[in-house]
Design a protein around this ligand. Structure first.
Ligand code: ASP
Length: 340
C-alpha cells in the first residue's frame, strides 16, 4: 500500500489526534477550576432546564451518542446518576469496571482509554484511585474526560451537585450564581478532609461564590497546611464552634481504603466529630446537613441525624442526575467552543 493509501486508511478507521495542546478537549471537566463562575452559572441553569424538559424531547439531545463509564473504584451514586443522566439525554452508555475487564490482566489506563476510543466512545467518565488519572486519560485519548473522582484529588460534579443543593435551601429560587451569591454563608466540612476529593472540590468552588469554608477534623485527617488550600478556607478544630458558625455542614466518611496504616482512636474520633442529634440541636438547629455518601451510620453521623428533618443527603443524590445531564451535554456539544 502507498504511504498516501496508508494515511487514508488510518484516517478512515482512527480519527487523527488533534495537536497536543493543553487542555486537549474543551468538553472535559477534570477539576472545578475548569469552570469560570459564569460557566458554573450556565451549568446550573442548564441542569434546571434539562430537569424540567419533557423526557421525550430531552432524549433526542444526545441521541445515540456514545459514552463510556470507566470505573476503577466502586461507586453507587456517581455511577448510577451518570448513567441515568446520559440515558435521559438519549446517549448509549457502556460500563467498564476494573473487576470485569482487561484492566485485571494488567492493561494500562492509556491503553484502556485508546481501546474505548477505537470502539467509538465519544467521551469517557472516569473514576480512578490515582490522583491525576483523569488528566492522563485526556492527554492519551484527547476525548472529553469527565472526572468522576480521582484518588484524593477532585470530584468536580459532586461539588456542583452540592452547590445546587445548598442554593435550593439557602438561596431558594436562584438558578444562576455570581461571586457574591453565597456571601455571608459558612459551610463546615467535617471529618476526613485529608483523603477527601469531595472536600477538595468544594473548597475550590464555594469560596469563589462568596462562601466561607470551615474545615474541621483531627490533625491526622486535617493537617494544618490545609487552611492554605484556597482563599476563603479556614480551620476550626472544635466541632461545636464550627457548627455554631455554619449554615450548612458537610459530613465526610473516614476513607478506610486510603488510610495506609494511619491509626485512629475511633471512640475519641466519635466523641469529638460525630454529628449527633444533641450536638446539632445545641449548636446548629437550623443548619443544613449534607453528606456525599456513602454514610457510615453510627460513625461520622448518627442514624437519627441522617434521617432527620435537617438532612439533605438524598436531595444531593437526586441533584446528581440534573447536574450530570448538564455536564455530559457540555462534554459532547462543546457549545462554547472552549472551556467556559
Ligand atoms: N462518594 C464520595 C467519593 O467518591 C465520598 C466517599 O467515598 O466517601 O469521593
Amino acid at each position: 500500500m502507498t504511504p498516501t493509501a496508508t494515511a487514508a486508511r488510518r484516517t478512515l478507521f482512527t480519527p487523527p489526534l488533534p495537536e497536543p495542546r493543553f487542555p486537549y478537549n474543551p468538553g472535559s471537566m477534570l477539576s472545578v477550576l475548569d469552570l469560570s463562575v459564569q460557566g458554573v452559572s450556565r451549568l446550573l441553569a442548564r441542569a434546571a432546564e434539562l430537569e424540567r424538559m419533557d423526557p421525550l424531547v430531552r432524549d433526542r439531545i444526545l441521541l445515540k451518542r456514545r459514552l463510556a463509564l470507566l470505573f476503577y473504584e466502586s461507586s453507587t451514586r456517581t455511577r448510577t446518576s451518570f448513567e441515568l443522566a446520559a440515558k435521559a439525554l438519549g446517549a448509549d452508555t457502556t460500563l467498564v469496571s476494573n473487576l470485569s475487564s482487561s484492566i485485571e490482566k494488567g492493561e494500562s489506563l492509556k491503553d484502556t482509554g485508546l481501546t474505548l476510543r477505537a470502539l467509538g466512545a465519544e467521551a469517557i467518565i472516569l473514576r480512578h484511585n490515582s490522583s491525576g488519572a483523569a488528566w492522563l486519560l485526556e492527554a492519551s485519548t484527547r476525548l472529553p474526560v469527565i472526572n468522576a473522582g480521582d484518588g484524593m484529588h477532585e470530584h468536580p460534579t459532586q461539588a456542583l451537585l452540592d452547590l445546587r443543593t445548598l442554593l435550593a435551601h439557602l438561596r431558594p429560587g436562584v438558578e444562576g450564581v455570581d461571586e457574591k451569591t453565597l456571601s455571608g454563608v459558612t459551610v463546615a466540612i467535617v471529618g476526613d478532609i485529608l483523603h477527601s476529593r469531595v472536600a477538595r472540590s468544594n473548597m475550590l468552588l464555594l469560596p469563589r461564590l462568596g462562601a466561607r469554608v470551615l474545615l474541621c477534623g483531627p490533625v491526622q485527617l486535617l493537617p494544618d497546611l490545609a487552611a492554605h488550600a484556597a482563599a476563603g478556607v479556614a480551620i476550626e478544630r472544635n466541632f461545636d464552634a464550627a457548627l455554631g458558625q455554619s449554615q450548612a455542614v458537610m459530613m465526610l466518611r473516614i476513607q478506610a481504603e486510603r488510610l495506609s496504616g494511619l491509626q485512629l482512636d475511633l471512640d475519641e474520633y466519635k466523641a469529638s466529630y460525630q454529628l449527633t442529634g444533641q450536638r446539632l440541636a445545641a449548636h446548629a438547629p437550623a443548619a443544613l446537613v449534607m453528606h456525599p455518601g456513602p454514610i457510615i451510620r453510627g460513625m461520622e453521623i448518627t442514624a437519627g441525624v441522617a434521617d432527620g428533618v435537617q438532612s439533605a443527603i438524598l436531595e444531593q443524590v437526586t441533584n446528581g442526575v440534573a447536574i450530570r445531564m448538564a455536564v455530559i451535554e457540555r462534554a459532547l456539544k462543546h457549545e462554547n467552543g472552549g472551556r467556559p
